[in-house]
Design a protein around this ligand. Structure first.
Ligand code: CTP
Length: 422
C-alpha cells in the first residue's frame, strides 16, 4: 500500500459501549478515500445497528456465518482475504481472549482465525478487565503473533470508573492505520510511539525486513522438477518473529505447505529466477535474511511435453547455474544494511560458513549442520542447532526449536540495528 486512499479495511465491531465510536471510524475511513466493510458481532449489534454501518460504509454489513446467500456470493474466508487490513474495534476482553486462544465460534472470530491479512486490534473495556493478568497475557500472545494491539486511552469510563481501557478517539485509530500504511509501503517509517494512541511499534518498528524461505522448484518438464528437502519452517519463524517485533516483513516463499504468519506479506514463487526477481522488486529493505535453500542449478532446456521413456539411454539432464540471490544482494547498491545468509553444510561447517560470509559479502551467516543422512537432518524438523558467524567470530547456539532460533536471531538483529549496523 502506498497511501491510505484505496485501502480496503474489514472492520469487526465487538460488543462494547465504545462500538458507537466505530461509526465515526467508518466515516473517517470513507472520508480519506478508503473502503470499509463491516462485520458486526452479536454483542456489537446491541450498541450499533447494521443499518447505520451499511449507510456509512456504503457496503453490506456481515453478521452471521450462516448466511447462505453471502456464503455463495462471497465465502467468509474470502471476505477477510480481500482486505488489506482487518481492524477489530472495539476489541473487547472476550474478543481478545478468543483471538489469543484461536476460538472461532462466530463470523468475526472465524474470519480472524482464517485470515492471513494483517490485524489491528483496538481494545476497549473496563479498567480492571484491561489490567487483569488474563487480558494482559492474551495481549502479549497476540502481539507475539504479529497482531498490532493498540494501547487503550486512560480516562473516565462509561461504567463510572477511571483508568486505562477507553477506546482511543477515532482520529487516533485512523492515525495508527495510516502509520501502518506508511510503514507498510516502506516510504514513511513507523513513527516513534506516541501516548496519543499508545501504538508500540516494537524494536524493529519502521524497519523493512525481507526474508526468503523454502526450496525452489526448477522444472524439467511439465510434471518433473528439481527440488530439495527445505520445509521453509525456519524462514517462516523468522518472518513471524520480525513481524512480532514490529517490522514490516516481506516473505518470499518457495513452494511450501505453511500458513503465512500474521502481519507478514507473502509472495509465492516457484523458481530461483522468480525468487531473485521478487527479492529485487521488494527492495529497499533494512534487513534481509536469506533462509531459502535456492536450487543452485536449473535445467537448461525445459521440455514442453512430458519426457517419455524410450528404449534408448535415459535422457541427459543439462544444468545451468541459477543466480545467487544472496551474493547479488551483497554486491548491489541497494544492499540492505544488515545482510544475513544461511549456510546448510554437511562438512567443515564453520570454515565453509566463514568463507561463504566473505564470498557473498554477507554480514552474518547462520550455519547449520544438515548432515545426518537422508530424512534425518534438521531440514523439515522442528528443531535447529546453529552457529552465528559474524565478523567478530563464531557463536554456538544450543539446539532449540526453530521459533526460538528465530526469536533469538530477531533480538540480535534489533540490537545490531540499534547499535550502528545502521
Ligand atoms: N543462496 C542464494 N541464491 C542461491 C544459492 C544460495 O541466495 N542461488 C543463499 C541461501 O539462501 C543461503 C546462502 O546463499 O542464505 C547459502 O546457501 P548454500 O546453498 O549453503 O550456499 P551455496 O552458494 O550453494 O554454496 P555451496 O555450494 O558451497 O554450498
Amino acid at each position: 500500500m502506498e497511501s491510505a486512499a484505496g485501502l480496503k479495511i474489514l472492520l469487526i465491531i465487538g460488543g462494547g459501549i465504545a462500538a458507537y465510536k466505530s461509526c465515526e471510524l467508518v466515516r473517517l475511513i470513507r472520508k480519506n478515500g478508503g473502503d470499509v466493510t463491516c462485520v458486526l458481532t452479536e454483542g456489537g449489534s446491541h450498541f450499533v445497528t447494521p443499518m447505520t454501518l451499511a449507510a456509512l460504509s456504503e457496503n453490506p454489513v456481515h453478521q452471521t456465518l450462516w448466511d447462505l446467500r453471502n456464503e455463495v456470493e462471497m465465502g467468509h474466508i474470502q471476505l477477510s482475504r480481500e482486505a488489506d487490513l482487518i481492524v477489530v474495534c472495539p476489541a473487547t476482553a472476550n474478543m481478545l481472549a478468543k483471538m489469543a486462544a484461536g476460538i472461532a465460534d462466530d463470523l468475526a472470530t472465524t474470519l480472524l482465525l482464517a485470515t492471513d491479512t494483517p490485524v489491528m486490534a483496538v481494545p476497549a473495556m473496563n479498567v480492571r478487565m484491561w489490567s487483569h493478568a488474563a487480558t494482559q497475557a492474551n495481549v502479549a500472545t497476540l502481539r507475539e503473533a504479529g497482531v498490532m494491539v493498540l494501547q487503550p486511552d486512560e480516562g473516565p469510563m462509561a461504567c463510572g470508573e477511571y483508568g486505562a481501557g477507553r477506546l482511543p478517539e477515532p482520529e487516533a485509530i485512523w492515525d495508527a492505520i495510516t502509520r501502518w500504511v506508511g510503514g507498510g509501503a516502506g516510504l514513511a517509517p513507523y513513527p516513534e510511539p506516541t501516548t496519543q494512541d499508545g501504538y508500540q511499534p516494537g524494536p524493529l518498528g519502521g524497519r523493512h525486513v525481507l526474508v526468503t524461505a523454502g526450496p525452489t522448484h526448477e522444472p524439467i518438464d511439465p510434471v518433473r522438477y528439481i527440488a530439495n528437502r527445505s520445509s521453509g519452517k525456519q524462514g517462516f519463524a523468522i518472518a513471524a518473529a520480525a513481524a512480532g517485533a514490529g517490522a514490516r516483513v516481506t516473505l518470499i516463499a518457495g513452494p511450501v505447505e505453511l500458513t503465512t504468519p500474521a502481519g507478514v506479506s507473502r509472495i509465492d514463487v516457484q523458481t530461483a529466477r522468480e525468487m531473485h526477481q521478487a527479492v529485487q522488486s521488494a527492495l529497499p529493505a533494512d534487513v534481509a535474511v536469506m533462509t531459502a535453500a535456492v536450487a543452485d542449478w536449473r535445467a537448461s532446456d525445459v521440455i514442453d511435453q512430458k519426457l517419455k521413456k524410450s528404449a534408448a539411454a535415459p535422457p541427459a539432464l543439462r544444468l545451468e547455474e541459477n543466480p545467487d540471490i544472496l551474493a547479488s544482494l551483497g554486491a548491489s547498491d541497494m544492499r540492505p544494511t544488515l545482510l544475513i545468509g544461511f549456510a546448510a553444510e554437511t562438512e567443515n561447517v564453520l570454515d565453509n560458513a566463514q568463507a561463504k560470509r566473505m564470498r557473498k559479502n554477507a554480514d552474518w551467516i547462520v550455519a547449520n549442520d544438515v548432515s545426518g543422512g537422508v530424512g534425518q537432518s534438521v531440514m523439515g524438523g522442528a528443531d535447529n542447532r546453529v552457529h552465528l558467524v559474524t565478523e567478530r567470530g563464531i557463536e554456538d547456539w544450543p539446539e532449540m526449536p526453530k521459533d526460538r532460533v528465530a526469536a533469538r536471531l530477531v533480538e540480535r538483529i534489533a540490537a545490531a540495528m540499534e547499535n550502528g549496523n545502521d
